[in-house]
Design a protein around this ligand. Structure first.
Ligand code: FAD
Length: 331
């Protein structure tokens, strides 16, 4: 182990002054890893006028926050964020760096790792420490999701990984926790940033991030056609939730890929997951079996989804869902 490098860092991603859920998930996992190594957990927060977010990072488990608050960091740009993060890492030498595998993290992580000439394991779904070597064990799907690969980075530091949103729990906040906030200046200059954000236009499509949803009603091949998803959507909306889908439904062109749950889709952990006409293939279960409460609606009582469901409803979804909607509306 290279003793020059110490501590576990989490990149605390914020957008428009809001912390991304994946960053708090990583604070939770980072805390566990830091405790195993007997090291400090540091959150690194970049942005402009984001000081108010530091309390949340500490109450969720960080020992300290390094805050770089600068108008040039207001909106994410690869040049600015990569420079500031690389400068901090070069100066302070963390042993481990975790970044959420969001669209920002997937851009930032490889750029930073490349500049630091270290390795990066992208899109991890599990993290642990090798008891013998103290190295980080980073697990991710490989070969199109057909096997899970556990990767180590024995010779380079920091050990870096981007981690899928939704695979770890957000830890409970403890408002009594205290920690240090260190405000660090940067010598970043405007001319170093090769891209300019002129304006941010919200997506015209009513896109929802299913990893953030508390209720998901998912449809599979059993829905039968695109039009059938109107019923799935109706149930989702009445429950204040969002629509999800199996890969079969996505591959059939009934639902966009953004809504796919599973190994090659998104990992979700809602309070309520309703699987309608989904058989429960292992690749689907991998993305949803940590949901708090699972209801499965399926014609086949021996479908694998029924054995992970808290409530298994055997029946035709076209009969069961309208009944559910009627009952909910009546309450
Ligand atoms: P099916 O398996 O065909 O099941 C349909 C179910 O609907 C059946 O159980 C049937 O009894 C029921 N049904 C039919 N009609 C009705 C009705 N009227 N009412 C109630 N029930 C009804 N899949 C994913 O979902 N996500 C992934 O990320 C993913 N990644 C994969 C990665 C790899 C490398 C591979 C090889 C596969 C992956 N898959 C993934 C595909 C997965 O193996 C399954 O093929 C897929 O999940 C099946 O989708 P399904 O359950 O909708 O369809």
């Amino acid at each position: 182990m290279n003793k020059e490098y110490r501590g576990v860092w989490v990149f605390a991603e914020q957008r428009d002054g809001h912390l991304q859920k994946v960053s708090l998930e990583l604070i939770g996992k980072g805390r566990e890893i830091a405790d195993k190594l007997g090291e400090k957990l540091t959150a690194v927060l970049l942005g402009y006028e984001v000081q108010n977010l530091t309390n949340s990072l500490i109450s969720h488990g960080a020992d300290e926050v390094i805050l770089v608050d600068n108008v040039l960091l207001k909106n994410y740009t690869t040049d600015a964020y990569a420079k500031v993060l690389c400068d901090l890492i070069n100066e302070r030498k963390p042993e481990i760096m975790f970044i959420g595998a969001s669209y920002i993290g997937r851009d930032l992580g490889p750029r930073v790792a490349g500049r630091l000439k270290t390795g990066l394991t992208a899109d991890c779904t599990s993290l642990d420490i090798d008891q013998e070597t103290g190295n980080l064990l980073m697990t991710r799907p490989a070969f199109g999701g057909n096997l899970m690969a556990t990767i180590e980075c024995p010779d380079h530091r920091p050990q870096m990984s981007t981690v899928r949103p939704g695979v770890f729990n957000v830890p409970c906040a403890d408002e009594k926790r205290t920690g240090k906030v260190e405000v660090v200046a940067t010598d970043l200059k405007e001319e170093e940033i090769r891209t300019k954000v002129e304006k941010i236009v919200k997506s015209l499509k009513d896109k929802i991030d299913i990893t953030e949803a508390e209720v998901i009603v998912s449809g599979g091949r059993g829905v039968g056609n695109k039009e059938g998803f109107a019923l799935i959507k109706e149930l989702a909306e009445i429950l204040g939730g969002v629509v999800g889908a199996s890969r079969a439904a996505v591959d059939s062109g009934w639902v966009e890929k953004d809504y796919q749950v599973g190994q090659t889709g998104k990992t979700v952990r809602p309070k309520l997951y309703i699987a309608c006409g989904i058989s429960g293939a292992i690749q689907h279960l991998a993305g949803m079996q940590e949901s708090d409460y699972i209801i499965a609606i399926n014609k086949d009582d021996s479908a694998p989804i029924m054995s992970v469901a808290d409530l298994a409803v055997v029946g035709d979804l076209y009969k069961v869902i309208p009944e559910m909607i009627k009952e909910i509306k009546a309450q």
